[in-house]
Design a protein around this ligand. Sequence first.
Ligand code: UD1
Ligand code: MG
Length: 457
Amino acid sequence: MAGFHAVVLAAGQGTRMKSAIPKVLHPLAGAPLVEHVLRAAAEAGAVRCSAVIPPDAAGFDKLATPIETRFFVQEERLGTAHAVLTARAALEAEDGPVLVLYGDTPLVSAESLKRLAAALDGGAQMVVAGFHARDPKGYGRLVTADGELLAIREDKDATPEERAIGLCNSGIMAFEGATLLGLLERIGNNNKAGEYYLPDAVEIARADGHRVVFQVIGEDEVRGVNTRAQLAEAEAIMQGRLRARAMESGATLIAPESVTFSYDTVTGQDVLVEPNVFFGPKTVIGDGVTIKGFSHIEGATVEAGAIVGPFARLRPGTRVGPTAHIGNFVELKASHVKAGAKVNHLSYIGDTEVGEKANIGAGTITCNYDGYKKYKTVIGAGAFIGSNSALIAPVKIGDGAYLGTGSVIGKDVPDHALAVTRSPLVMREGGALRIRARHEARAKAAAAAPAPKGDKQ
Ligand code: UD1
Ligand code: MG
């Protein structure tokens, strides 16, 4: 079908989240709730988007919008039909299909949206996505006959017979754009909540002689997030999908339920992920990479055959080259560790380029920050950095250079040079015996002295 216009309703206050940030901006698998909805819409064929947002809400300007999105502020929260009308300026010229989505139902799949749009192509004027609710309480019920939708009755306004219906309104609906505004304008607020209900469009469309149908989609796709507990449930479902995706693309997860992915994590073939690994946004893991347990990785690219962890932290801007090794308690930030290089133990490497096959000894620290600015360190190919060295940036260590253990390097080191800073070693024969004798004599004298007056033991 032709590309559609997605209207995303996101003006809900989300008071039950007990949060200073708007509900739809809470993160799920590394991205705000509403971004998941926008991505599903884009993937399903949306070409334009209108997002209805609350007044005075910060953070919407930072959303990553996969399609052209216009924002409309709904000053007063008068109901879902009123919310759609808030985007009137974008809908006036719209004669193609329009899909209405909720910003707080982030699990909806592109496939379901495509099915909805296809049903519109089948000649209906309006299509509603319904679902069989385990617990229908609180949802609008779909009143149907012969596969057609007659009405949607809100829980508050339903008769006992209508309340017994298990098929519910997910809130996701598709309309023919040319008639949408005409329907919305005739929706009143004569109901228990005194709100303008979008579901009332069903009966108005039918009275106009239009066909209104419904499509059933899985309950897990339309789960709404209204509380932190529901956010955690949605996260669990999303993580299940992301783990399945990683395994389908050829990753072995030893304990899948202990691995956390972001919506955009890319994993190659023959990747091995040990238990308790976290992937933040913008991470790409190449073929044949092993990520050992308890590693935390975000904004990083790990290239083919590299080994990371256990207990490694890769921060944004990190690139680990092919077959490189990053070991335990190593933190990398905005650094490129090139092919075959090793940073195996207890190091901080920040704003650094580590040349091919360089070896960074245990406890090496790049001192990249002087309290005011960050500076770069460049370590040449094949360089050997002795354990417990401090590299004071900006500094350049040449190819094949060799730094002695415990060096503090504040000057560039030429290619193939040896550099070492070390304080002289002091050695006194029998010195340890003399120190112990002195301490023991002091302890004895203290024990023999009378207790001070008034000291009750
Ligand atoms: C709505 C539906 C109900 C359906 C249920 C599914 C109506 C009247 N009822 O009920 O049939 O079963 O969703 O979850 O539509 N919003 C605005 N502005 C408003 C009102 C709502 O932007 O003035 C947004 C909310 O942010 C939310 C969505 O619209 O994303 C739904 O609103 P909500 O108040 O949660 O409706 P429900 O009572 O859940
Ligand atoms: Mg709701």
